[in-house]
Design a protein around this ligand. Structure first.
Ligand SMILES: C[S@@+](CC[C@H](N)C(=O)[O-])C[C@H]1O[C@@H](n2cnc3c(N)ncnc32)[C@H](O)[C@@H]1O
Length: 264
């Protein structure tokens, strides 16, 4: 599908298809993120910004029939897909439309709370963090994961032009610096046992990288936004295509996951 709105980013343009591709390619980090949350049988869990609900369903398997998992997402389309995908589940799963910055749940309602790749979309990440904290019970754990768009690299020349394009790409995200800021956000709300880990995701197929990082939209946008000239972007894309055909393309981005405990 050719995007019509240059302001759109990858998951907004391709929706569930995009989320499914990421999960298929990088499922290992998702499994590790679930372990990082320390979920147990019988727990009440919140997946904030749950998308199509696949992670919430995985959590429901761990929480079991005496637990409960709530998936929350601002998008009614995502909630509809999440409900549809969970229709055959016998486990206690609940999907609700709502905003992570104003969660319609009681204080201390959950034993475990997580958000995966949501903070990059937020204009008020501090407010979201306070809300995640509020709905977590004392003794409960919170895990938030996100990439930092400043860590996106593409092996292409000229390097100065590549950095100009990637710099513009960073600004297309509401909170492109989400990844680096998570640790500080956790510290800022007084959580204890704060741990941070990072992971770099490598892609050596140019078409896949442009799809995953949303660079295809950016490459179309840069001329209108006066970031690059038509001739610069045409030769940049031709250079990347040649590298790809030679099997020599590389791109990567780093994500961060932070875990902490709520003490009081
Ligand atoms: C990149 S997707 C990630 C979805 C899911 N966590 C996953 O890992 O597959 C980002 C999700 O955050 C949701 N989202 C964005 N802003 C939100 C907000 N303010 N409150 C709740 N969900 C939000 C989007 O609708 C989307 O489903």
């Amino acid at each position: 599908m050719v995007p019509t709105d240059g302001a759109q980013i990858a998951y907004e343009r391709d929706g569930v298809n995009y989320l499914d591709r990421v999960a298929a390619l990088f499922g290992a980090y998702k499994r590790r993120s679930v372990e990082f949350l320390k979920p147990f049988d019988g727990m009440h869990l919140l997946d904030a910004g749950c998308g199509a609900g696949d992670d919430a369903r995985a959590l429901a398997e761990l929480a079991g029939p005496t637990g409960k998992v709530t998936g929350l997402d601002v998008s009614s389309e995502m909630i509809a897909v999440a409900k549809q995908r969970a229709r055959n589940s016998v486990l206690p799963l609940n999907f609700i439309q709502g905003d992570i910055c104003h969660i319609n749940e009681d204080d201390a309602a959950f034993d475990r709370v997580r958000a995966d790749r949501v903070f990059q979309h937020l204009h008020e990440p501090e407010q979201a963090m306070r809300e995640l904290c509020r709905v977590t019970r004392p003794g409960g754990w919170i895990v938030v994961m996100d990439v930092d768009w400043s860590t996106l690299l593409v092996d292409a020349k000229p390097v100065e032009l590549t950095q100009r394009i990637l710099g513009y790409h960073f600004t297309r995200h509401a909170n492109g610096a989400a990844g680096r800021s998570l640790y500080g956000l956790f510290k800022g709300v007084g959580l204890s046992d704060v741990e941070v880990v990072s992971e770099t995701f490598l892609v050596t197929d140019a078409g896949l990288a442009f799809f995953l990082w949303g660079l295809d939209v950016t490459a179309r946008d840069v001329v209108d936004r006066d970031v690059a000239t038509r001739s610069e972007i045409d030769s940049w894309m031709a250079h990347i295509k040649a590298r790809d055909q030679a099997g020599a393309f590389l791109s990567a981005i780093t994500g961060f996951a932070v875990r902490a405990k709520k003490t009081t």
